[in-house]
Structures are given as structure tokens and as C-alpha cells.
Design a protein around this ligand. Structure first.
Ligand SMILES: [Zn+2]
Length: 313
């Protein structure tokens, strides 16, 4: 039987998924990322892990393809100019894997784009032909899939939604140098930043008043329990994202926005606010795209990486 591997390479761990010919997950496992030697041990570790898996199946499985998600920009041929998280510079993981598996189809893509592909085929986007995934983590990332293809753009910049700025009042600078980026609000870092601001400037009561340190999760949980300032914080942060989504609808009008990443665990609380701000900014149409929560969680990366190579992209 042919098996396809979806490999999600991150700065701390490498996740593996083994899939059958229909793209159904058979097995999954993970290993730690070895960043020593400028990240040059990562691909040999991937090779070893896949070979060990195949050997354990005693000739029953052979490799149909290997897809990889990389936490940085990747061009169509798999070339990575720099990937800070993996310590790679001017490296091509596809060519490296090809040396070990010369007859196997191998593909690599940016991890957010790969996760978008996963949600598109197997998750919240599967009923739609065009979709945009927005991941709300430490930063804000995203990927665009139209008719089953990831939109890369001329420079691989498409879907890098975190640093779209405009339409949001802000004076503080984002780490990219701009002012008023979506990242400054809708990321976990952004939520904590806005909450601190509110605690300093507003009189309203919050259970986070006396806390030295808190996380975006704490803010979301407080908001769920009706905490006045936390609700205000979520309103500011997710309205900024909703405003951003209206930009995208006016640019390429996707059928659905899928919201993923750690912050999305806040669920309905954030979706309602995003929707309200989104609809307020829409022009010409009154309904707009659907806005849904991602459904694959941490598996989006391995599933998408498998789809990437299965679809021969
Ligand atoms: Zn920015």
C-alpha cells in the first residue's frame, strides 16, 4: 500500500502524519526539532523517522509522497531564503529529501498556507471553493486557498494578513514598523497589550486588575465570565480583525473565513465580534462571507502537508 506523509516542521517539534491513498490519517507521531548545526540535522531526522516507520511495516507500505510545512517563506521549488525558527539560510529541504528519496514526490510550503490547505480539504472549509484561514497565535498569520490551490502571490506574501494596517486607530508602533496592524490587536500578544492599556486607562473593574502577569487565555476566560474590561478588550481586538476581513472581501471575496490558532479557542465569543465589525465595513453586499472556527486544531499542518503533495502542487 502507498502511504503519504504530512510533516509539519516547527521550531520545537516535528509532527508526522501517515495517510492512505484517500488521504485518511493512519498514524501520527512527533519528534523534537534538533536546531544544532544551523538546523542541518532536521531533514536527516525526518528521513530517519520516515524510514523507521516504513521498516516497522515490514514491506507492506511504500512511500507515495512527502509534504512538508515550514515556518517561514518557501518558494514554489521549496527554496527557503531564511527561516529564523529553524536556523536555515539559503536551504532547500525538498532537494535534501530528494537525495534520500529520489523517486518520491516531495513538496514543501509555508506552514500557514499548508494549514489552510488542510482546513480547506478536511476541516471548516470543506464545503467551500474559496477560503481564507486566519491563525491567531503569538502573531497573526493566514493562508488563502482558491479552487484547491494556495494563493502564493509574486513574493509569497499572499495571506500574510497580520501586517495589514489601516482603518484602525493606533499610535503605538508594531514590531514591523507600521502602525495599526491587525497583529497589534488580534494576536495573543495584541490581546494582552490592549488589556494592559485598558487596565491602566479605564476605571471599570476587572478581575485582572491585581494580576502582574496574564495571558490572552486569561483575558478570554475573564470575558466569558462577563468581566467588563475583558469584554471591552475582546471587542477592540476582534473588531480590528473584522475590519481586516472586510478588506479581504473587497479584494478577493472568499466564501468563508476560517479562524484558527490558540486564540480561536475562545470560540463563539470572538466570532460574534468579528462578524459584527466585518459586516459594518462591507460595501455593495449585505451578507458577506461565512466566518467559522477551524476544526482540525493541531492536525491542520500534517493534513495540509499531505494534501500539498497528494495534489501535486
Ligand atoms: Zn505590523
Amino acid at each position: 500500500m502507498k502511504v503519504f506523509f504530512g510533516v509539519d516542521i516547527g521550531g520545537t517539534g516535528v509532527k508526522f502524519g501517515a495517510f492512505d491513498q484517500n488521504g485518511q490519517l493512519i498514524d501520527k507521531w512527533s519528534i523534537l526539532t534538533n536546531l544544532s548545526d544551523s538546523g542541518q540535522k532536521i531533514i536527516p531526522d525526518v528521513v530517519k523517522s520516515i524510514n523507521t516507520y516504513i521498516a516497522r511495516k515490514e514491506g507492506l507500505y511504500n512511500i507515495g509522497g512527502i509534504g512538508m510545512g515550514i515556518p517561514g517563506p518557501v518558494d514554489k521549488k521549496g527554496y527557503v531564503k531564511t527561516c529564523v525558527n529553524l536556523h536555515w539560510t539559503e536551504f532547500n529541504p525538498v532537494e535534501e529529501l530528494k537525495k534520500e528519496f529520489p523517486d518520491v514526490a516531495i513538496a514543501a510550503g509555508n506552514d500557514a498556507n499548508v494549514a489552510a490547505l488542510g482546513e480547506y480539504y478536511r476541516g471548516a472549509g470543506k464545503e467551500y471553493s474559496s477560503m481564507m484561514l486566519i491563525t491567531l497565535g503569538t502573531g497573526v498569520g493566514g493562508g488563502i486557498v482558491i479552487d484547491g490551490k494556495v494563493l502564493l502571490g509574486a513574493n509569497g506574501l499572499a495571506g500574510e494578513v497580520g501586517h495589514i494596517s489601516g482603518g484602525i486607530a493606533e499610535t503605538e508602533k508594531c514590531n514591523c514598523g507600521n502602525v495599526g496592524c491587525i497583529d497589534q490587536f488580534a494576536s495573543a500578544t495584541g490581546i494582552v497589550r490592549i488589556m494592559k492599556k485598558l487596565l491602566n486607562e479605564q476605571d471599570g473593574f476587572s478581575k485582572l486588575c491585581n494580576k502582574e502577569k496574564f495571558t490572552a487565555k486569561d483575558v478570554c476566560m475573564a470575558a466569558e465570565q462577563g468581566d467588563e474590561l475583558a469584554l471591552q478588550c475582546i471587542d477592540i481586538c476582534m473588531s480590528a480583525l473584522g475590519t481586516g476581513l472586510a478588506f479581504f472581501s473587497h479584494a478577493f471575496d472568499p466564501e468563508v473565513y476560517v479562524i484558527g490558532g490558540g486564540v480561536s479557542r475562545a470560540g463563539g465569543l470572538i466570532i460574534d465580534v468579528i462578524k459584527k465589525a466585518y459586516l459594518k465595513r462591507l460595501f455593495l453586499i449585505d451578507k458577506g462571507a461565512d466566518i467559522k472556527l477551524a476544526t482540525l486544531g493541531n492536525d491542520a499542518g500534517i493534513i495540509g502537508a499531505c494534501m500539498l503533495v497528494m495534489n501535486g502542487e
